[in-house]
Design a protein around this ligand. Structure first.
Ligand code: DC
Length: 224
């Protein structure tokens, strides 16, 4: 039987990526974290395209898009993102990137640039992709669509713990402000906003841990 294509969207820090990774393992699928693509472009912009006020120079970034080579490589059963041949996995979770990524992600040219990378992988099937517009724009014909949400306080706690575990210094107040600001920009942008697809299943995991969320999602996936 053909392996399914699964779209997982939702708010920041609802556990989309970590749960998608577990689902991939459980069902023998490939997992693609599409937020990493937007973070990678932001990482490039911060390194190469700042103006004299230390802000991202959008015109320069757009002019430099052909200098950005992104590819996902399969390593130990996982897709690892490389930017210009550098494994940037551990460098794209910083506050600096989180502060700037929604600005980068709302640019139509950037979204267009990243769309084909996402779609071309999905054509082979057997993939679970997580992001903000997977069920609505990237893979509107996905076999299963889920939309994750949780309270802002719970999401703050999760992001704060994640950053602590990565050794990144921050405080809960700034984490919460960043989550709320990002969700607002991501939901209100004109192109491919963060939105539940009409046919997506809504999962509120405020009171569910990772394994409980996993079990709930798996209970909807039937024809495997
Ligand atoms: O999932 P994440 O927090 O790593 O995503 C970082 C940002 O990238 C998020 O604030 C919005 C953007 N993004 C997007 O616009 N579309 C996607 N499919 C994935 C992420």
């Amino acid at each position: 039987m053909k392996k399914p294509v699964i779209a997982v969207d939702g708010y920041s820090s609802t556990g989309k990526s970590s749960i998608s990774k577990l689902i991939a393992k459980e069902l023998g699928l490939i997992h693609m974290d599409t937020g990493a693509l937007y973070r990678a472009v932001t990482f490039y912009a911060i390194q190469n395209c700042l103006n004299d006020r230390n802000e991202i120079d959008l015109a320069k970034l757009l002019k430099n898009l052909d200098q950005i080579h992104l590819d996902f490589r399969s390593e130990n059963g996982e897709l690892v993102l490389y930017l210009n041949n550098e494994n940037i996995t551990d460098k794209i979770r910083t506050s600096d990137i989180s502060e700037n990524v929604s600005f980068v992600a709302k640019q139509p040219e950037i979204r267009d640039f990243l769309l084909h990378i996402q779609r071309s992988r999905a054509q082979q099937g057997g993939i679970i992709m997580d992001g903000r517009d997977i069920g609505t724009v990237v893979l509107p014909d996905a076999d299963y669509k889920f939309f994750l949400t949780a309270s802002a306080d719970e999401r703050t706690k999760r992001r704060f713990l994640e950053m602590q575990s990565l050794g990144l210094t921050t405080d809960e107040k700034s984490v919460k402000e960043n989550l709320i600001k990002r969700d607002k920009i991501d939901s209100e942008r004109t192109v491919a906003p963060l939105k539940k697809a009409d046919d997506a299943i809504l999962i509120d995991n405020t009171n569910l841990n990772k394994n409980e969320t996993l079990a709930l999602i798996l209970s909807y996936i039937t024809n495997i």
